[in-house]
Ligand binder design. Sequence first.
Ligand code: OKP
Ligand code: ZN
Length: 343
Amino acid sequence: MLTVYSEDCRAHHGRAELNEGQLVPCFENPSRTDMVLERLRAVDLGEIIAPRDFGEAPIRAVHDDGFVDFLKTCWADWTAAGRDWDAIPFTFGKRGMRNDRVPTDIDGRISYYGMDAGTPITAGTWTAATAAANCALTATEQVAGGLRGAFAACRPPGHHAAADYYGGYCFLNNAAIAAQAARANGAQRVSLLDIDYHHGNGTQTIFYDRADVQFLSLHADPTVEYPYFLGHADETGTGEGEGFNHNFPLPWGTDWTAYEAALSEALRRIRGYRPDVLVVSLGLDTFEQDPISKFKLASDRYPVVGEMLGKLKIPTVFVLEGGYAVEALGVNAVGVLQGFEGA
Ligand code: OKP
Ligand code: ZN
């Protein structure tokens, strides 16, 4: 399988995130894609190419202009305030507040556009986030050109980022940008399957009122897990999009038996939709040893996941999302791709 990767994805490296009330080293860091690349090379999965630069248009086709402008200039505005450390929001607009008004001050703007305190913005964030989007776009272009599958080995991840907010280690929604580009490239219907442990709130929100992109997500129940405020089973879409959003919230401790049942049902709904392209938000934090997650999948299940996806026989773009058991991340991610190729 063709992989798309850019060294620029290493440019985002936060020092620390707020986790359980403490500042701890960022779980989402450049060693993640290093491990994936190492494994891709070890098993010789296929060619690894650099992305093409698509410019800002396909990013702005998904994200609001004000938000993109903010991400682009945040670091300059932050350092202009005399700070040379990571930028983290401090307060969040809550119910009944004027949370639709963009403050002018940098601390106000970062609070307006940020979703949590676990996602530092650094000097290289814009560089890495745009490189990741370009990886997803290049993989999409290759699949539109006839490849059966392609893999964007990118970071930072994207699925928590919505049209106008960032968070959950995500800045630009790489998978959503890929799905939108697939539509622009001629796909009539796109299915976007999110198998990251966390609900893809950003992706859901972006496509919630649309019938041309079907969104399906298997994830830990938001009643007990991040992102807490979206991802329940009764979120089925709105307007034209009614019936095209499918959430499969699963309890902490979910093992392969329960996971496979939910995945099979999601795949059944994808078949029924008859998409021209499948985009997979490929998170590997369902792994039993993931340091921030509570599902129980063993490494030998990932090739089976890939095989199930491959049996759909739909041109597929894989976009890397989470997965924080860094030592096993390469084996698990590449396991999915090998299973897909063998199907
Ligand atoms: C990003 B992706 C755990 C803190 C969780 C946010 C998790 C973001 C996950 N105590 N912080 O979906 O893998
Ligand atoms: Zn995740």
